[in-house]
Design a protein around this ligand. Structure first.
Ligand SMILES: Nc1ncnc2c1ncn2[C@@H]1O[C@H](COP(=O)(O)OP(=O)(O)OP(=O)(O)O)[C@@H](O)[C@H]1O
Ligand SMILES: [Mg+2]
Length: 418
């Protein structure tokens, strides 16, 4: 397989206007190498572009900016395979330039462009994490291309080695789902997250396209939401962007909020959702998601990416029938067997309520718990913004939620031991 093919093709990206002095060029090949060139000397920049164009069959897409600030702006909105940077720029000088770029985008390899007179600086940049340096005006076209590909491959190997040396949490993803609205899905998701937090790093994620209720139940006013990152118009999703949006509660639970205004309610983009799941897994040992169902590819992607789909069911005939239909539908997505379980949430002690064994017989999936009615306590929990398991941990409803949380503990998942 050729090196280019191994680098992987990417969908053609529109790189809009942007930074001061930005210009772009590319060959017409299908899988171009995306380079960000930071160079304030227009002559040098032109030379490099011409040099790359000279090499037959080498696809590239060059974005040129002349300032560090413009480069950082570009890096926020576009994906690049490599940064080629001069260190002396109008708004940044020397190591400051390299360190600024490296801190901003550690996932992108950097090759420094050096003059013959500042080779020491270039070497220091390599010591600090740059992949290589090239002498301006001294490099031959084929050497340039070889250096660029070698830098990308070397960087990939280094990242993989670093990842293996320091494995982050490989979190378990649990999706709480209701076959219809108002069954207590959000209540369960927030309580499970709160109950996990004393044992492991935990995130509660509100994955919705319509208005969320995490903020109400937690008495929070999030400034940034997850949804801004999950639409087709959003830039490339990064862990940094996600972390910026995490609100840390006193319990230790990190929370990512869904839409807060009707105007923010937009369809989720499957590509963004696909990128989201591994990032979430790297951020916490346990990720509890409040997932809103819709028959879309984005929902399918989320649910198929989870370790467990937890269906929240009220023990009344309509809710149970809807849940059964939901389970049958999930099975068509390959989500069945040990990937699904249910929690009965009995919001009202109605006389016609089905018995747990009847609910289980209808559903045909494992039952992780039965939460009894706790109307007053739930209202109080919402008023105080504190989940039941933290505010009233000895109450029987809280106890049942804690029991479910215990069953979900990372080491009990996969296969689910009931
Ligand atoms: N065990 C319980 N007993 C009584 N009421 C409860 C219980 N659990 C949750 N509730 C209440 O039920 C209502 C609906 O809960 P919640 O918002 O969690 O449901 P949901 O399924 O997420 O709803 P939506 O479809 O709007 O997202 C809330 O007022 C909540 O306080
Ligand atoms: Mg809800």
């Amino acid at each position: 397989m050729s090196l280019l093919k191994r680098l992987g093709s990417r969908p053609p990206e529109e790189s809009g206007g942007g930074g001061t002095g930005a210009s772009e060029s590319s060959t017409s090949e299908a899988a171009p190498l995306h380079l960000l060139l930071i160079e304030d000397n227009m002559g040098e920049a032109r030379l490099l572009r011409e040099m790359l164009a000279e090499i037959p069959g080498t696809p590239f897409h060059l974005t040129h900016v002349d300032r560090l600030s413009a480069a950082l702006k570009r890096l926020d909105s576009q994906t690049f395979d490599l940064i080629l940077s001069d260190l002396t720029l109008p708004d940044s000088d020397g190591m400051e330039t390299f360190l600024g770029l490296h801190a901003h985008s550690p996932e992108i390899p950097i090759v420094v462009l050096s003059g013959l007179d500042d080779v020491r600086l270039a070497v220091r940049a390599v010591q600090q994490g740059a992949q290589d340096y090239l002498f301006k005006g001294q490099v031959m076209p084929l050497d340039l291309v070889r250096a660029l590909y070698a830098a990308i491959e070397q960087h990939k190997v280094q990242r993989e080695q670093a990842r293996q040396a320091q494995p982050g949490p490989s979190g378990k993803l649990v999706a709480c789902l209701g076959a219809k609205g108002g069954m207590g899905t959000t209540t369960v998701a927030l309580n499970l997250a709160a109950a996990q937090a004393g044992h492991q790093s935990t995130l509660a994620v509100e994955l919705r396209y319509s208005l969320g209720s995490f903020a109400l139940q937690l008495q929070q006013t999030p400034l940034l939401t997850l949804n801004e990152l999950l639409t087709s118009a959003a830039p490339r999703l990064t862990e940094r962007e996600l972390r910026q949006r995490v609100v840390r509660l006193p319990s230790g639970v990190g929370v990512l909020f869904g839409p807060q205004k009707v105007g923010d309610c937009t369809a989720l983009e499957p590509k963004q959702v696909t990128a989201l799941l591994p990032l979430l897994k790297g951020m916490a040992q346990c990720v509890v998601m409040d997932v809103e169902y819709s028959p879309t590819q984005a929902t399918q992607t989320v649910l198929q990416g989870c370790d467990l789909v937890l269906l929240i069911v009220e023990p009344e005939p309509v809710a149970v029938a809807a849940s059964r239909a939901m389970l049958e539908f999930l099975a068509t997505w390959g989500i069945s067997g040990s990937l699904v379980a249910a929690v009965i949430l009995n919001r009202a002690a109605a006389s016609g309520a089905l018995k747990p064994h009847e609910v289980q017989a209808h559903l045909g999936c494992p039952l992780l718990g039965i939460v009894p009615p706790a109307v007053e306590l739930c209202m109080m929990a919402t008023r105080q913004g504190v989940p039941l398991v933290l505010g009233q941990p000895t109450h029987i409803a809280a106890q049942s939620l804690i029991e479910v949380a215990n069953k979900l503990r990372a080491d009990a998942l996969l296969p689910l031991k009931l």
